[in-house]
Design a binder for this molecule. Structure first.
Ligand SMILES: Cc1cc2nc3c(=O)[nH]c(=O)nc-3n(C[C@H](O)[C@H](O)[C@H](O)COP(=O)(O)OP(=O)(O)OC[C@H]3O[C@@H](n4cnc5c(N)ncnc54)[C@H](O)[C@@H]3O)c2cc1C
Length: 387
């Protein structure tokens, strides 16, 4: 084992939350090391929606223009029962925010842009093929921590740091090493998802179909591609691309071409959160801190909001000698409140799209809501305001 430089911050994991944290840390002048076990990004598409509060963070960090070059701005969302029957439209451009739209941008591209921006920093180093295996003193607020990482060839290297940010995902090793619990459960619902060539004519609009057989969400991915997310019925039958395309056709009358599908996945949804988000020298952000249902697409965005607060807290301690416990308390309170809200919002989205005993009555209610001032509350929730 070798001990080398001492860092202000070690970030475990170079997913979207670790990489944004690294960029913000560099802009706050923190000497930062990112340790990532993978040699490269996962190309499988997960998150696509970047919401207004995150757009503000990217704008402040000076990298929003790069995202706008590659992403699609969703300005409107339609609610329908099928391709012919409208329930209403939600205009996001009326949202009370400097960036009143949701940008779709595939997660792997988001990670590439963040990594490129981080690589231009003098104060951040990213080491890939480094798997964190151990931490000494993770929860001793009076001593520095030492992080051990295994390299590709099996060597163990160690690094000293003031703080460790656990951005190493749902199965976070860092969280386990710090002895922080993780609580939650899977929901009974399952979904199938596919990215198809867009033949709908909906352009950059999002569409939610509230059908009697369950929810369908449809989002633009680029000028030519569209993502479809389809709620499974009680016994999942959508287990391959053709079944997904057939089900979209059966429920809403649109026919994505299975031969033009670039990605398919079938997944369950769950909710989890850590017992504590900042414990002495270990701070959790992203999926290591919370997992929310992707219906409504807010998990990564929630991670980014929290990461932004974490970096500002660490920066206050390092540069302005603020007390660790004061920053930790503030972070724990804010993150806990946000996670609860986002979990509730995601559960509402899932409930709305579920198999109602009386789908016609549900649809009439949605129609009324979208035509009434309550649509402002829906818009706030969808655009992640008030967090
Ligand atoms: C189908 C689907 C759709 C989604 N859509 C959206 C959406 O539209 N909007 C949204 O906001 N969210 C969405 N999400 C959620 C989003 O994908 C996650 O919240 C996001 O990936 C979390 O990022 P992260 O950086 O915290 O963790 P991860 O992306 O899991 O990254 C963790 C990183 O840590 C590394 N790592 C793990 N262990 C170690 C170790 N011991 N040492 C070093 N490195 C390690 C991993 O290799 C990985 O690179 C979606 C999720 C799914 C499944």
């Amino acid at each position: 084992m070798t001990t080398s430089t001492t860092y202000d911050l070690i970030i475990a994991g170079a997913g979207p939350v670790g990489l944004l944290s690294a960029l913000l840390a560099s802009q706050s002048g923190l000497r930062t090391l990112v340790l990532e076990k993978r040699a490269e990004h996962i190309r499988h598409s997960r998150s696509i929606g970047i919401h207004p509060p995150s757009l503000q963070i990217l704008s402040r960090a000076g990298i929003l223009p790069r995202f706008l070059e590659h992403g699609v701005q969703i300005n409107r969302g339609h609610a329908k029962t099928d391709r012919y029957t409208d329930l209403g439209v939600l205009d996001l451009t009326d949202a009370d925010t400097p960036f009143p739209y949701i940008l779709t941008h595939p997660q792997w591209k988001t990670e590439s842009l963040l990594e490129a921006a981080t690589s231009r920093s003098d104060t951040v180093q990213l080491l890939r093929n480094h798997t964190i295996t151990g931490i000494d003193n993770p929860v001793d607020k009076d001593a520095m921590a030492t992080v051990a990482a295994r390299t590709e060839v099996g060597d163990i290297k160690s690094f000293r740091t003031q703080f460790i940010m656990a951005c190493d995902g749902k199965q976070s090793k860092t969280r386990t090493l710090a002895g922080i619990g993780y609580y939650g459960k899977p929901y009974a619902l399952r979904y199938a998802m596919g990215d198809f060539t867009d033949n709908t004519g909906y352009g950059s609009d999002a569409v939610i179909f509230l059908t009697r057989h369950g929810l369908i969400e449809s989002f633009p991915l680029s000028a030519t591609m569209r993502r479809w997310v389809v709620q499974q019925e009680r016994n999942p039958t959508i287990l391959h691309i053709e079944a997904l395309a057939n089900e979209i056709q059966r429920r809403c009358g649109l026919e994505p071409d299975p031969g033009q599908c670039r990605m398919f996945s079938e997944f369950g949804v769950e909710r989890y959160h850590a017992g504590c988000f900042w414990h002495h020298r270990v701070i959790l952000a992203g999926d290591s801190a919370h997992v929310v249902s992707p219906i409504g697409g807010q998990g990564m965005n929630l991670g980014w909001l929290n990461a932004c607060d974490a970096i500002s807290g660490i920066s206050e301690i390092i540069h302005h000698q603020k007390r660790i416990d004061k920053e930790a308390d503030a972070y724990n309170i804010t993150v806990h409140r946000r996670v609860r809200k986002v979990i509730r919002r995601a559960e509402f989205n899932m409930m709305l799209g579920s198999h109602f005993a009386l789908p016609a009555m549900r649809n009439q209610l949605v129609k009324l809501l979208l035509a009434s001032p309550i649509r402002n509350t829906l818009r706030k929730r969808i655009t992640m305001q008030g967090l």
